[in-house]
Design a protein around this ligand. Structure first.
Ligand code: NAD
Length: 414
């Protein structure tokens, strides 16, 4: 299944209940603008290398469009389109005054030197600088990009438009970035997991957790949940699954990845080691948190997934048919558009600070993050109870209704 079809499927389920007309559905699903550009780079060895770059601006009914930049060899227009649309629903469900966008370049960043990555970023900005800006479309980091890429992006964009750090978020803290941005997505996953298990009448100490992915999102979620007394029995990364039925020593594992230049757990030996995908199918786990890739739970393996609660920290980890199989079995899924919205929420705080030329303390960022996410969680939970629908359908219903209403009120169908 193509990525955009999956988002469309979840959208349609909610649109059906909302009784949206076909023309309204079509208007809300179609992107405002899709741009494909050639990005050419002179490699360190003097050869030229050309890649395709994309920016999809999905919807701006609720405000300037917001969404990350992904550098990955599998980036293509369909994927960017689906992620741009997810951003529209994500910003709407947490009620940020934004629309949705996404972009990227189909390149393997691990094969570029730092200088090549910088030049590629600057060449990409040259091609799209006129369609992004603090009042129109604000990029951020995603897979394969980080605070350095954001810094080059801002510097190149300002050569055309002058000083305005609000053009991009996820910047280094020393350069108008927000404190707490790096931890925000994983911390948000932790905050929402606590809220959900509270609603389900479970206790942290008795809720055994498995986390797929120990990168930015997975490691910060692990730290937060470990500190909150959840036993984390398994984590995995590209090098395999690390398992301890008594609970892993998460602080030790966090130190390990910091001490190893690859940032991986490869070689970590203070627990049992299992094959990579074993994590998804463990039968002594209460909460499964996919925090690595999209499309990891499909109709082929959904039957083997045993955890009764799944928190979608990654974007699109469950395909539609698998989602239906899990729902029919009573598995509770906290959907990506809410579960991983902590990152875009703190990006919003960064943009607000940049526009006010004012700095918030880390405490304030954390407080406001919790407030925003908990409020969104409560409205999704209430809708799911009142309408007797899954948390995913409830989240989409709230988001679609907010975007539809804004488009209707402004008459701005553009
Ligand atoms: P990252 O690159 O920092 O980490 C990815 C992790 O996944 C690494 O530990 C990697 O080893 C692991 N991994 C890769 N392939 C794997 C596999 N086959 N099995 C197990 N582990 C594997 O990325 P991230 O920023 O943590 O993002 C993770 C997911 O969260 C992505 O889907 C991303 O789109 C989503 N997300 C991230 C943010 C954010 O703020 N970083 C915000 C919203 C959503």
């Amino acid at each position: 299944m193509r990525a955009f079809e999956a988002v469309q499927y979840f959208f349609d389920q909610a649109a059906e209940i909302l009784e949206l007309t076909p023309d309204m559905r079509n208007m809300l699903l179609m992107a405002n603008r899709e741009v494909t550009v050639q990005v050419t780079l002179e490699r360190d060895n003097g050869e030229l290398a050309s890649y395709l770059g994309f920016r999809v601006q999905h919807n701006n009914s609720r405000g300037p469009m917001k969404g990350g930049l992904r550098y990955h060899h599998e980036v293509n227009l369909d994927e960017v389109r689906s992620l741009a649309s997810l951003m529209t629903w994500k910003t709407a469900v947490v009620d940020l005054p934004y629309g949705g966008a996404k972009g990227g370049i189909g390149v393997d960043p691990r094969k570029l030197s730092l200088r090549e990555k910088e030049n590629l970023t600057r060449a990409f900005v040259d091609k799209i600088q006129d369609i992004v800006g603090p009042d129109s479309d604000i990029p951020a980091p995603d897979m394969g990009t980080d605070y350095r890429v954001m810094s080059w992006f801002r510097n190149q964009w300002e050569k055309y438009h002058g000083f305005n750090p609000a053009v991009i978020t996820g910047k280094p803290v020393e350069e108008y970035g927000a404190k707490g941005r790096e931890e925000a997505t994983g911390r948000g996953v932790g905050i929402l997991t606590m809220k959900l298990i509270g609603r389900l009448g479970r206790k942290a100490e008795k809720s055994r957790v498995a986390i797929q992915g120990f990168g930015n999102v997975g490691s910060h979620a692990a730290k937060f949940l470990h500190d909150a007394q959840f036993p984390i029995v398994a984590v995995s990364d590209i090098s395999g699954t690390y398992y301890d039925p008594e609970g892993l020593n998460i602080p030790d594992m966090l130190r390990y990845i910091l001490d190893h230049p690859t940032g991986q757990l490869r070689g970590y030996s203070h627990c049992e080691k299992l094959p990579g995908n074993a994590l998804l199918e463990l039968d002594d786990v209460d909460i499964l948190i996919p925090a690595a890739l999209g499309g990891v739970i499909t109709a082929e393996n959904a039957d083997q997934v045993q955890a009764p609660i799944i928190i979608e920290a990654a974007n699109g980890p469950i395909f539609p048919l698998a989602d239906k199989m899990l729902h029919d079995r009573g598995t509770i899924v906290l959907p990506d558009i809410l579960a991983n919205a902590g990152g875009v929420t703190v990006s919003y705080f960064e943009w607000v600070q940049n526009r006010q030329h004012y700095r918030w303390s880390l405490d304030r960022v954390r407080r406001e993050l919790e407030h925003t996410l908990v409020e969104a969680f409560e409205s999704v939970w209430e809708t799911s109870q009142q309408k007797d629908v899954s948390l995913r359908t409830a989240a989409f219903m709230i988001a679609i209704e907010r975007v539809r209403r804004a488009a209707e009120l402004s008459g701005g169908y553009s």
